[in-house]
Design a protein around this ligand. Sequence first.
Ligand code: AMP
Ligand code: MN
Ligand code: MN
Length: 337
Amino acid sequence: MRPVILMNSKKIDLKELLKEKKKIALGGHVRPDGDCIGSVMGLYLYLKQEYPHIQTDVYLEKIPETFRLIKGTDEVRSEVNNNETPYDLFICLDCADPMRLGFSSSVFENAKETVCIDHHISNESFADLNYIVPDASSTSELVVTLLDEEKISKESAEALYMGIAHDTGVFRYSCTSPETMENAAKLMRKGINGNAIIEQTFYEKTYVQNQILGRALLESMLIMDRQCVVSVIRKSSMEFFHAEPSDLEGVVSILRQTKGVEVAIFLHELEPQKYKVSLRSKQYIDVSVIAKHFGGGGHIRAAGVTMTGSAHDVINNITEQIARQFEKLEEKSVIPQ
Ligand code: AMP
Ligand code: MN
Ligand code: MN
């Protein structure tokens, strides 16, 4: 059974929220991806322009090189200054739980008021005020709905458009709704170069990224009667190719494209006996439930978790959960036997 979650929470009135605030912080999840960076930076650029009297700081881990074309990314703080006085407000974006804030969780905890804007189904509304819409394609799309369309600058639109494009796999995944297209259209009308943003931040790969992708594909295996594809990238391979964790972005989505498979499982060895696991499904399996079962989270078709043990143990534990779901779906005749 899916745990009880808040499906649609009340929209946030930004103007009301920012009344009498002098100093606010924005933050997102560890290893920030396109949507995390897009939503945080899009909101940041909007707030700086519309509320210049408020000190607004952004806390995010180091921004990967590909995302540096987004304005303001050079102003991001990747360390906490212990002398900083508490913020009046911390707005947390695209982050399913407070631990996922990583280094900025102490800034969040010390803030006088907290807000969370997110679309992860696993989010348990951990802030004082929560705007969680699991049906939304991306946090960036949610941010668009909170802003005054007329006041969105071209630079803010670029960030938000990038976020939507990334979490929808360039308007391809099932999370893409008619509203997603309408919100993206609003951003396009700001005169952004959408093609260049998509090409440079989503499709373009460095030589190293292609090499490590090649390794992951070459060593992938079909398991569970060819219903799942699994691949493991070891620390030694990362060192051999001089690859960064962010170079693995997108590998699991390509594994999922394998014809006939329902689930793609990708393991990235963080340290001996510790793996970052990425899960993707096509049609039936709810991977968010599986990730949450092991302490992670995410969405129905895309989720992640960090697990300990050997790669063999991790894969066994995950496939056991997938098998259970398959059995239930067959019992209910959702999937023909
Ligand atoms: P990834 O496989 O890392 O691309 O993650 C897929 C989705 O699940 C993203 O939306 C992540 O934000 C989310 N996610 C990944 N890892 C975790 C985790 N440990 N806890 C909660 N959500 C996660
Ligand atoms: Mn994200
Ligand atoms: Mn997201």
